[in-house]
Write a protein that binds this ligand. Structure first.
Ligand SMILES: Cc1cc2nc3c(=O)[nH]c(=O)nc-3n(C[C@H](O)[C@H](O)[C@H](O)COP(=O)(O)O)c2cc1C
Length: 275
């Protein structure tokens, strides 16, 4: 498709029929971003040589709070270790299929070691604020890596279930105190036999607030999105459950967190102060 038509098609895929984006602001980066989809089926084709340092350079190019760089990534290619992490993270089969598993860490241990080496007390590291700094740093870095790998034609999917057993994951990866694996990212070549689609998102009227917050857009926007996503789910064999019902089950009862409602306790056991 000519780029303008392709961009219009991407906007429709992201928001459903009838949605247009302003013409004229198209380029390959926007095309790539709007084309994102999580990949959960991988071929056994090996990764191009140099994939890991390239992705890490992209990740390290992300902004980082005060240039503190409070994140780390652990790469796992060993099949036996991937199997053990798969068992700890909801047994999602793409963890076994994808040749590379990247684990993204909030890492305050480097600054802790720096303080110890220089004989400096570091009480600030024991705050929720510093945990948030580290978690944000890790997320921005990982997302840069995801965009980079998608630009190479590779595919990936994040793995939040890596927080299911944080202490066992920490043990498997030999993490020191003050480091936690926030999420995984499976990376590989998309299986060419599995069709994937751009998943629609909430209308902009729901997430975009101009000057001041207003929930008004939700009244029309959410029922409209429920319909869009219900059609999408049905078309892709995921049943006809709409977004609202899914969200209520996932984010309502504590059981929707499958044990992760104990996160504060998990993080404290890993050495974070969270004051
Ligand atoms: C932090 C995070 C954790 C996620 N964890 C999982 C996961 O454990 N398993 C999975 O299949 N998808 C996981 N996903 C992918 C989301 O389900 C996916 O991004 C969302 O459904 C939107 O689909 P899309 O990425 O194809 O646009 C995760 C995404 C994020 C951002």
């Amino acid at each position: 498709l000519p780029s303008q038509d392709r961009f219009a098609a991407l906007a429709r895929a992201r928001y459903g029929e009838g949605t247009e984006l302003p013409p004229g602001l198209t380029n390959p980066v926007l095309d790539l971003l709007l084309s994102h989809r999580s990949i959960r089926a991988f071929s056994d084709r090996p990764l191009p040589e140099g994939t890991i340092p390239t992705l890490v350079a992209a990740a390290q190019s992300a902004p980082t709070s005060s240039n503190l760089q409070t994140w780390s990534v652990v790469t796992v290619q060993d099949a036996a270790r991937r199997q053990r992490l798969h068992d700890l993270a909801g047994r999602q089969k793409f963890i076994l299929q994808a040749p590379l598993l990247m684990l993204w860490m909030a890492d305050l241990s480097r600054l802790d070691r720096l303080g110890a080496a220089r004989g400096t007390d570091m009480p600030a590291l024991e705050t929720i604020e510093m945990f948030m700094v580290a978690a944000l740093d890790a997320a921005f870095a990982a997302q840069n890596a995801l965009v980079a790998l998608e630009s190479l034609g590779l595919g990936g999917v994040y793995i939040g279930q890596m927080r299911q057993n944080p202490e066992a994951v920490a043990k498997e990866l030999n993490l020191p105190p003050n480091v936690v694996a926030l999420f995984g990212l499976s990376v590989g070549w998309p299986d060419p036999n599995v069709v994937t689609e751009v998943k629609p998102r909430l209308p902009q009227s729901v997430v975009l607030h101009t000057e001041q917050y207003s929930a008004e857009g939700e009244q029309e926007g959410i029922p409209q999105y429920d319909e869009t996503l219900q059609e999408f789910s049905q078309a892709h064999g995921m049943g006809a459950v709409d977004w609202s019902r899914r969200a209520l089950t996932r984010a309502g009862p504590l059981s929707g967190l499958s044990g992760r409602d104990r996160m504060q306790e998990f993080l404290k056991a890993l050495g974070f102060g969270l004051r």
